[in-house]
Design a protein around this ligand. Structure first.
Ligand code: GLU
Ligand code: ASP
Length: 496
């Protein structure tokens, strides 16, 4: 987008009014707060809904399939960001993308709120995947748009926004989880209401607070291109529909093949993305070097998110089956454990922000921070071995061990997650800057595609080996990254 347009957009946004930040941040904060409220609320009960028996209101799937499906779901939610980013960029602009996305998400939760079967679950999954792909990367892109090029408040804006994400993620498992034993559908209904509130906030305040931000596609398709693209998309949609129709009726398209397919896509898409960026004539040689530096960081991010996201699958299952839920006179709901990660994020994010400022130039480099992230992620799995080691595998585990595990992963998350997004924006070639948000989310997509494969090895008998092998793998990768970090730093060509 031309600079003049950028400045025009910034001028149309009231530059004060929300914690010293542009008023537009209020709209984006609450829209994303409610969207994450609905997403994480739904996700806190999803795995239980899938494997609880029908008599308890669940779908009665076997546990392994449920764990894989939740991972696939998480993977697709972030993978679809590429489509959402592209549509916003080339067709309708980020603001409309957020609006349409919010509507699809709400419809998805409504479908889940109506008692139904597995097919209804798949319909809602498609709606939420497409909706989140439209909303999530685009709402974050608008945050970037409301600040002038050199506005120093931008980082603080992103930190406030990140707090909004985690406040939504903290509140909803407590509320949605609490009604789960009464009715899963009521829980999904609450998620739908959350998204509705988000939509109302967005629609009611966007004109006043966001001005022109997000209203224009950054790189719109010309009339001619539109025709070509729509024809190609139409043909692709027909081919996909035909493949689904034929394979489903021939009995080849099972949940199993679907899980494998997404597993492959999770790896293939980012790989193609890298090759495409690397070979593009628009990429300069300095940018090529930075892309090389980004590859090990991306791999580290995949490993990190693979462990972090298992907090909602494997650890959720562990909370339900292996943990003493009657503790200190309290009846703990297993879904409440999902609030721990965002709670620790909210309380510790300011501490980390302070620490980085205090360390100034002595703070770890970007690759070193990623490496520390992996070490903590690995430790978060290894600590779970201790209670089994001391108490045997039959006894129920003290819930404080789980709390410790969620705490450790957050220490890693605060080293890797906020740094990761800004590192992506700095290391991605300028010609691809509009897609960097989706590029970063592809690490989470790949991680969960991988999870869908590895969660199959988790059984009560293999529990020790499972946590041990993954925990050690993360630590080994973290140490390798630490050793390589000066080299990676060199390839970053001055980026810090
Ligand atoms: N938990 C954060 C969110 O929901 C980060 C997601 C990610 O990068 O995977 O926004
Ligand atoms: N910490 C995650 C994110 O930043 C939220 C979660 O996993 O609950 O949003």
């Amino acid at each position: 987008m031309a600079t003049i347009n950028k400045q025009k957009i910034v001028d149309s946004v009231p530059q004060k009014g929300f914690f010293g930040n542009p008023k537009g941040l209020f709209t984006l904060f609450f829209t994303e707060f409610w969207e994450r409220f609905s997403y994480y609320g739904m996700r806190a009960i999803l795995v239980y809904y899938m494997y609880y028996e029908v008599s308890k209101g669940g779908l009665g799937l076997d546990e392994t399939t449920a764990l894989s499906l939740v991972s696939i779901y998480g993977s697709l939610v972030y993978m679809s960001g590429i489509i959402g980013g592209w549509l916003a960029d080339r067709i309708f602009g980020t603001s409309k993308a957020v609006l349409y996305g919010g509507i699809l998400i709400m419809l998805g939760h409504i479908v889940l709120a109506v008692p139904g079967n597995l097919s209804m679950f798949f319909v809602s999954m498609v709606l939420i995947v497409l909706g989140t792909g439209l909303l999530k990367p685009n709402v974050s892109s608008i945050v970037g748009e409301i600040y002038a090029e050199n506005d120093e408040r931008r980082d603080s804006g992103f930190s406030i926004f990140y707090m909004g994400i985690n406040m939504g993620a903290f509140l909803s498992p407590l509320i949605v989880g609490s009604v789960m034993n009464y009715s899963f559908h009521l829980g999904f209904g609450i998620a739908a209401i959350g998204m509705l509130i988000g939509l109302i906030v967005f629609v009611a305040t966007k004109k006043k607070n966001l001005g022109l931000a997000g209203t224009l596609p950054a790189n719109p398709l010309s009339q001619n291109e539109k025709k070509k693209v729509f024809t190609k998309l139409g043909i692709a949609a027909l081919i996909i529909a035909a493949i689904i129709g034929i394979t489903a009726s021939a009995g080849i398209l099972t949940i199993e093949t679907f899980i494998n397919l997404v597993g492959i896509l999770g790896i293939v898409i980012p790989t193609l993305y890298f090759i495409f960026m690397y070979r593009s004539p628009k990429t300069t040689s300095v940018e090529r070097s930075r892309l090389i530096a980004y590859i090990p960081l991306f791999i580290a991010a995949v490993m990190f998110w693979a462990i972090q996201e298992q907090g909602a699958t494997i650890l959720a299952n562990y909370a339900d089956k292996r943990t003493q839920l009657n503790f200190a006179g309290l009846e703990i709901n297993p879904a409440w454990f999902q609030s721990l990660n965002p709670l620790f994020i909210i309380t510790l994010a300011p501490v980390f922000a302070w620490l980085w400022i205090k360390l100034g130039k002595r703070q770890p480099t970007i690759p070193q921070k990623f490496s520390i992230g992996l070490l903590f992620a690995g430790l978060s799995f290894l600590v779970i071995l201790l209670p089994v080691y001391f108490g045997g595998s039959d006894a129920l585990v003290n819930p404080l061990w789980l709390v410790l595990s969620y705490f450790l992963v957050v220490l890693g998350e605060l080293c890797l997650s906020p740094v990761g997004l800004s590192a992506t924006t700095k290391l991605a070639p300028a010609a691809f800057s509009a897609q960097t948000m989706s590029l970063w989310f592809l690490a989470s997509a790949a991680a969960q595609a991988l999870n869908a494969q590895i969660v199959r090895f988790y059984t009560p008998q293999t529990e020790m080996a499972y946590f041990g092998v993954i925990g050690v793998a993360s630590i080994v990768l973290g140490l390798a990254l630490m050793a390589l970090s000066p080299k990676i730093q060199g390839y970053m060509k001055g980026i810090r």
